[in-house]
Design a protein around this ligand. Sequence first.
Ligand code: NAD
Length: 308
Amino acid sequence: MKVLVTGGAGFIASHIVDLLVDLGHEVAILDNFSTGREENVNAKVEVFKMDILDSRTLEVFLKFKPEIVIHHAAQIDIQSSIKDPAFDASTNVIGTIKLLEACKSSGIRKFIYASSAAVYGNPQYLPVDETHPIRPLSYYGISKHTPEHYLEVFSQQNKLDYTILRYANVYGIRQDPKGEGGVISIFIDKLLSEHKPVIYGDGEQTRDFIYVKDIARANIAALNSGSKGIYNISCNHQTSVNDLLRMISRLSNIETYPSYREIRVGDILHSYLDNSAAKKDLKWEPQYTLRDGLQETCNYYLKQNTNS
Ligand SMILES: NC(=O)c1ccc[n+]([C@@H]2O[C@H](COP(=O)([O-])OP(=O)(O)OC[C@H]3O[C@@H](n4cnc5c(N)ncnc54)[C@H](O)[C@@H]3O)[C@@H](O)[C@H]2O)c1
């Protein structure tokens, strides 16, 4: 199958690209390399270095002729979305609309969209299922949710199938610890550089952490299932930030004492996502426990650290 992956030089989508290539699919990536990195790019794929807002994206679609588009290019930083909501909306909302217009003009069969648990806001009940009210606490949550509506209406007006995957907190190799990256990559980075990790709030806030290789498998499952569906992709399990740091410290054999700071605007207290719909319709379930995923991630960075 020919698959175009936007954001394919980034953390999550580069793993999806690797799995697609391993499974024998023909893959191209479209990425502006704003946070993506050359070293993440699989050598077997065609690379279109371009912004999703660029009107020339249609030329990419017409040249590569994908059957499926997997869309991950986005502004992903919650705090940046609060500082600059217009930029956030332009990338995440307008950027997605531009891609849908290119899909229409080039006869794409299916669009797989990376959405986020951020669309739900503070959970009213746990675990959060897909029918939970949508009350985002950040502009990022709004800009990830709005394209879901566009997809639904766009699909009614045009013959485009879609699947929406709402990810819990994703972690693993290649996640950028700089700036506002995922908490796990930040903790590992701090431990290895012998700095104190910072915890916002008392650390008893909980999250549902899902390993990036399980996310890649969910996208593969969505190539041929989950038509016009919305699915939480998660472990259905909550872990506190304090427990998480203790696990990373144990697995990497590095003792650490965090410094605690005030909780930030837009941070959710407790969350975990019900993944039973994905299990049923996509025939997908996570293969990695948090311990196994953390062990693989820590081993990778410990090895890199000793080699450098
Ligand atoms: N990391 C998480 O925990 C998480 C959770 C839920 C949803 N998501 C979603 O998954 C997707 C990928 O996130 P990630 O963590 O891999 O982030 P990332 O920053 O590593 O990847 C994003 C990629 O998109 C590219 N990009 C950004 N703006 C672009 C633009 N205007 N045009 C073209 N390319 C552009 C970047 O260069 C980068 O390669 C995003 O859509 C994000 O909202 C991530």
